[in-house]
Design a protein. Structure first.
Length: 348
């Protein structure tokens, strides 16, 4: 493919396989040139959807073979740093699925390493910034049309989770998204986190106290509460309500066909994130590919944003045990001064 960006996907699990399909079938200007996966059987299965892709067991082999122009990291968070370091040292553009790394200390190491380059090379995969409804809400907040933003209310509900879902994952696997998108919407960082426990859902497995209410204080005075509920049974729901001086705005409401029958009103709800954020994932990848072609390399949350989210998650996990936990971040370097607005520029 002429002028097609050669992307190497690191990790051929569910998320990696989904991105392979997306890039090869729904993304202009790019194709999968390499699959980096130590599990040979998993790599071979993923390669069935990536004709011509070379297989490698680690990122260093792919770099040495000059098989990639850019890298998409889709392995679990604890394995991100060992992939990010050689990719940065090779000067490759990177899209790294969330989190950047599992903790603020390692995230800061990546931030410091990246600043040895001429510009940011890492985009973190917080795809909600590319969701059309989130874009519309941010534009409304920035416009001032409804007056000042006073409060934000978030809803993050899953139908159910498995026995391996631990209480800290309420923060690190779920509210992690709110820790990115809420400051982005409001234009202000998180400065404190608190967690409140309502009555525990009897359907939660033993040892999991949920739902929880996460309260965030933003630097600009906006107060945020997020209901995190992982056994709600009816479906997958992510929604936000913004309270302004002159009205309200809501996003994430069920849409589609409405039916009335037998004295009931019915409308379908999402079952998981793959449908709720399908458009956001597609826009995220296309925007990143566009940015690499244009030389800006990053079209979304950068590594410093990933570091800020890691700090908020650490505060959130501490807050599970009670108290208001401050979030104290290093100053944003000039290297990361530009903030992306999350609006896709389409390219054929």
């Amino acid at each position: 493919m002429k002028n097609s960006l050669r992307i190497g996907v690191v990790g051929a699990g569910a998320m990696g396989a989904d991105h392979i399909d997306r890039i090869n079938n729904r993304t202009a200007g790019a194709h999968i040139s390499a699959i980096i996966e130590p599990d040979a059987a998993r790599a071979a299965q993923a390669a069935e959807n990536a004709p011509g892709a070379q297989l490698f067991s680690n990122i260093e082999e792919a770099i040495a073979a000059e098989a990639v122009d850019a890298v998409l990291i889709a392995v679990p968070g604890p394995f991100h740093e060992p992939v990010l370091v050689p990719a940065l040292e090779a000067g490759l553009p990177i899209l790294c699925e969330k989190p950047l790394t599992p903790d603020s200390e390692s995230a800061l190491r990546i931030v410091e390493l990246e600043q040895k380059l001429d510009r940011p090379h890492i985009q973190v995969g917080f795809m909600r910034r590319f969701d059309p409804e989130y874009n519309n809400l941010r534009q409304l907040i920035e416009s001032g049309e409804a007056g000042e933003l006073l409060m934000l209310r978030g809803i993050h509900r899953n139908p159910t989770v498995g026995e391996n879902y631990q209480e800290s994952m309420l923060i690190t696997d779920s509210v992690v998204h709110e820790f990115d998108v809420i400051p982005w919407l409001a234009g202000s960082p998180v400065v404190a986190v608190e967690v409140k426990y309502p009555k525990t859902n009897s359907l939660a497995h033993s040892g999991l106290r949920e739902p929880i209410l996460v309260i965030m204080e933003l630097e600009n005075g906006v107060l945020v509460d997020v209901e995190m509920n992982v056994n709600v049974q009816f479906g997958y729901q992510v929604a936000t309500e913004a309270v302004f001086e002159k009205g309200l705005a809501r996003i994430g409401q069920p849409s589609g066909m409405q039916r009335w029958r037998d004295g009931e009103f019915l409308i379908n709800e999402h079952r998981d994130f793959t449908t709720r954020f399908a458009t956001a994932y597609d826009r995220q990848i296309q925007s990143w590919v566009n940015a690499v072609h244009e030389g800006t390399l990053v079209a979304g949350p950068n590594a410093f944003d990933g570091y800020l989210v890691a700090l908020s998650c650490e505060a959130g996990v501490k807050a599970l045990d009670g108290g208001v936990i401050p979030v104290e971040a290093a100053p944003r370097p000039e290297f990361y001064a530009k903030n992306f607005h999350g609006i896709l520029v389409e390219k054929a």
